[in-house]
Write a protein that binds this ligand. Structure first.
Ligand code: HGY
Ligand code: MN
Ligand code: MN
Length: 420
């Protein structure tokens, strides 16, 4: 076998199996399946562990070395000809939204596994090792905020920052993580952190652009900025029948006033700014007690850092000016500035798509991803495949076996090029 053959990216891409990848995704979709072809697989749950064991078994069949770190990030390592070199990292997340789809996150982990399996099948060697990673808690559904695994791994924030965060059952992140690590005590441990040679994540677009443009591949140029806040309004519960309205400190009514004011603050005629309030908790949450407390979340996104900061920094004053009878506590839980991906990785993806004869378009990501926390540490990029009707964070999320395999062929090519 000539040298070029054992490092020929086209042989790696040709060895990608659409059927094997789709079959694995459909097996994983059964773990946490919900009606409408959806998935509810919370991070650090027994379902998450069951899915990880399935992936670990496939990885071991492919000869990969499995390890986890203190944040339960899972690594599947394919050795390079020079083990001392920094690895090329690829992967995504395995946790889902409560009413998520079969592809968000998990596709990038399975695509990474499929890529290293295809390299094995094609007899490809790379100088740099290649590692596939499954990051802990990207979604932030069970424990907010998201991206805890990649933030802890990259040093963006210490793992202990979120120890006290509790899920809806009152279980803290620290307790869930400790339980999880105990269940996976048989797996080798590695230190938290690292400096990869490069990082490349395959993901579904989760938006409508590629499908509308009729493009096979998204060459992702960057990720818009995101900020997560919570607003807690503290009033006083009272009897719905006897308490005069004029004497009430009604947290729901003040929440309505705050939301109306925030909608005005966040109005964007260009529809670029993304302002979402989608989680509301009311206490005591009965129909005949005036609400003593109301807590709502804010998910704010924008591609321009100045606008993201100006609008986010105005939230507190806007809420305080709008409410009448409650105290307000505004907290920020997640701050991720807009990032641009590294030209070396962006061009590797563009070249790989062209070499595969696929149509491609450059676009920024509207969704956040673990990749954004790897950016300060190594050349980083992403590959998108189209999402049917742009739907995601919804059971109807869909990408076809062919679309997913095309993304994985581009990933396999790019990994060979980056790990050369
Ligand atoms: O919310 C996001 O952008 C990601 O899909 N978790
Ligand atoms: Mn995702
Ligand atoms: Mn998601």
């Amino acid at each position: 076998m000539t040298d070029s053959q054992d490092s020929d990216p086209s042989r790696a891409a040709a060895a990608v199996s659409e059927a094997r990848q789709w079959d694995r995704l459909m097996q994983l979709a059964k773990l946490g399946a919900i009606p409408g072809d959806g998935v509810n697989r919370p991070c650090l749950s027994s379902l998450d562990r069951e899915a990880r064991r399935l992936v670990i078994a496939w990885a071991e069949q492919a000869g990969a070395a499995v390890s986890i770190d203190a944040a339960a990030n899972l690594f599947l390592r394919r050795e390079g000809t020079d083990p001392s070199l920094a690895p090329v990292l690829s992967g995504s997340h395995m946790d889902s939204q409560p009413e998520g789809g079969r592809f968000d996150g998990i596709y990038g982990v399975i695509a990474g596994l499929e890529a290293i399996t295809a390299l094995n099948d094609a007899g490809i060697t790379t100088r740099h090792p290649i590692e596939v990673v499954a990051w802990t808690n990207e979604e932030g559904g069970r424990f907010a905020p998201g991206c805890m695994g990649s933030m802890a791994w990259s040093g963006h924030a210490p793992l202990t920052s979120w120890s006290h965060v509790a899920d809806q059952a009152g279980i803290t992140f620290a307790a869930a993580l400790a339980e999880h690590l105990a269940c996976e005590a048989d797996l080798p441990h590695r230190p938290l952190g690292g400096t990869p040679h490069a990082y490349l994540e395959a993901h579904i677009e989760q938006g409508p652009l590629l499908e509308a443009a009729g493009r096979d591949i998204g060459v992702v140029t960057g990720i818009q900025g995101s900020r997560w806040f919570s607003v807690t309004l503290i009033g006083a519960s009272a009897h719905a029948g006897t308490a005069p309205v004029g004497l009430r400190r009604d947290a729901v009514q003040d929440m309505v006033r705050a939301l109306n004011a925030l909608n005005t603050l966040m109005h964007d005629p260009d529809d670029t700014l993304r302002f979402t309030v989608a989680r509301i908790d009311v206490t005591p949450n009965t129909s005949n007690s005036v609400a003593g407390r109301a807590r709502f979340t804010i998910d704010l996104r924008h591609p321009d850092a100045a606008i993201l900061h100006a609008k986010g920094d105005a939230i507190a004053a806007t809420v305080h000016a709008a409410i009448r009878h409650c105290e307000a506590v505004i907290e920020e839980h997640f701050t991720a500035d807009p990032i641009s991906f590294h030209p070396v990785v962006v061009e590797a993806v563009a070249d790989a798509a062209a070499a595969e004869g696929l149509t491609a378009q450059r676009l920024p990501s509207g969704a956040f991803h673990d990749a954004q926390f790897v950016v300060p540490l190594a050349p980083t990029g992403m590959i998108f495949v189209p999402s049917k009707d742009g739907i995601s964070h919804n059971p109807a999320e869909y990408s076809s076996p062919g679309q997913l395999a095309a993304g994985t062929r581009v990933l396999a090519r790019s990994l060979v090029a980056l790990a050369r």
